[in-house]
Design a protein around this ligand. Sequence first.
Ligand code: GAL
Length: 674
Amino acid sequence: MKLLHGGDYFPEQWQTQPETIKEDFAYFKQANINTVTVGMFAWSILEPEEDHFNFAWLDQVFDLAEENGIKVILGTPSGARPNWLASKYPDVLRVNSRLERNLFGGRHNHCFTSVNYRERVRIVNEKLAERYGQRESLLMWHLSNEYSGECHCEQCQSAFRHWLQEKYGTLEAVNQAYWNTFWSHTYTDWQQIHSPTEVGEMAVHALNLDWRRFVTDQTIDFYLHEKAALQRYSDDVPVTTNFMADTEHLIPFQALDYSKFSQVVDVVTWDCYPAWHNDWESEANLALKVGFINDLYRSLKEQPFLIMESSPSFVNWHDVNRPKRPGMHQLASMQLLAHGSDSVLYFQMRASKGSSEKFHGSVIGHVPPERNRVYQEVATLGQRMAELDGLVGSMKQSEVAVYYDWENDWALQDIQGFSKTGMHYHRTLHDHYRPFWQQDVNVDVITKNNAFEGYKLLIMPMVYLHSEDLLEKIQTFVKSGGTVVYTYLSGMANETDLVYEGGTLAGLQDLLGVIINETDVYYPSQTNQLLLGDATYQVHDYATVFERTSAEAMAYYGSDFYQGEAAVSVNHYGDGQAYYIGARTGDDFLATFYTDLLEQLNISSNSSTKTSQDVSVQTREAIDGTVYYFAMNFSNQLQSVELSPNLVDVSTGQEVETSLDLQAFEVKVLISKT
Ligand code: GAL
């Protein structure tokens, strides 16, 4: 098994220059490229007219790939429909939330419910599977591309109503779950239910949540429809689609609940585009965000994932699209492997000549490979990746987990109250992850679908939307010896965003040994203090005022009307313990708090000492017990780090000193001697 190196390739754009395609394959081989992903946006060339198919160009790609020992990931074309299809079947185009039907254009502009769209997709997918399903070089099916978006057409409205009927059974149950007597919103007929829209209803939080759940389910249903069409001829090849992250902070993609979607893909794959060398944060801080999101996507299936797209240098859709500086490509790509990827695949293998992505980074650009630094850096990475085949399939062993939940995220975004500008769920997640990343402790970022057993420490930041089922899992975890940490804004609402009686889920208060009475908030310039022993830390944005029933106080508030009351507490529960951090603090408090817990729980780190927290050491463990250490320097200075004895540098085959030097932005991969 090999690590995959390659990516999205669009030979359909070069049909008038067939020699270019041949040359490309020669360049791919030279750069240790072993995989190409093709077909994603090729519908108009695959089926130029309804029911007339043209496979000659794709046959040639398979032939060339096979001649060069390259594997093919075959995309289905549903991410962008051809013009003739939209003209003949106008209902395939999306209706936006203002209820206007879009014109033809762009991609991802189709309705996942449309009967006509589903039928045309079934036909083209079946044809592809019939022709290529048994090709030796076919590695995987890549369905569509980055499923996303929603449609508000009549077919979708009726599917949504049906979905609600299945979920609630009666309208009374919907009205109750939505608290619909508020503002006289009671439904008296199923037909009155409509998707949330700025020209209608946006204020019913449970409706908003259900609509997002429905969009996830409808997208998954479309994915399964695509998959079924392939499986008639090809049921032994893994099937996946590529997930995404949102914004330059690499937060989990918001439009779909991937904890659900991941259950139907054979392998999680995703597209990672950090804005390296930006002017608002250090490389190390961005690397931490890259670490977090990869730890989440790896944990979705608790197995290695694939990076389906990344840029060999720059993208075209950030505000400033800055090329990676020399060496950064290796470091950034190795970090993806370090967090559990079995691939580094790119968008794109060759830059297009026209249209919107012509200036996006690519392996083969407009400047020929011989004088193209990007191509050369890709080739160097290819050589290093070829030394790491033993990594394939290896996992990270983590004793710490940070909890994330899409539904909670959606509910927090809807909250009308507290400090809206100071909500910062994602920043808080990163803040609670930081002490571990900086101390080289492996972390899984898990969701409600993961098993909690096996972790020593589970961190639950801002779990506002908190089901009884989740509580039961947490109770079992803590009773049997686990340590859990909750924060302010936890356990307030159920799955339809109805507030629990008393303000907080009773069983959660019992677990934490506290009774929560009030949530205080601060304007950005206002603060309080948290007093822990002799130290004083700053509190900002959020502070909870609570009484203790069985918990012990660990830290106290320094001022305001709750001065002297507990700000942080710990409760012994079963064989474990439950901490409550009532207020938002800076990194200083969290570093102290978690360092103490790491020591107390005897949680191991991948390094002992290091000259800077900008150095990250991550590990993966192969089935044969070999441990891979990735020592990565995200600073622009020479650093050193102390690792376990007896490690061998994979590139040189030499045993290294326990104190390892890393040049600016250098990455070394070491293995434990078996
Ligand atoms: C991805 C997309 C690719 C390409 C890339 C550019 O989101 O899947 O097709 O557009 O972005 O960075």
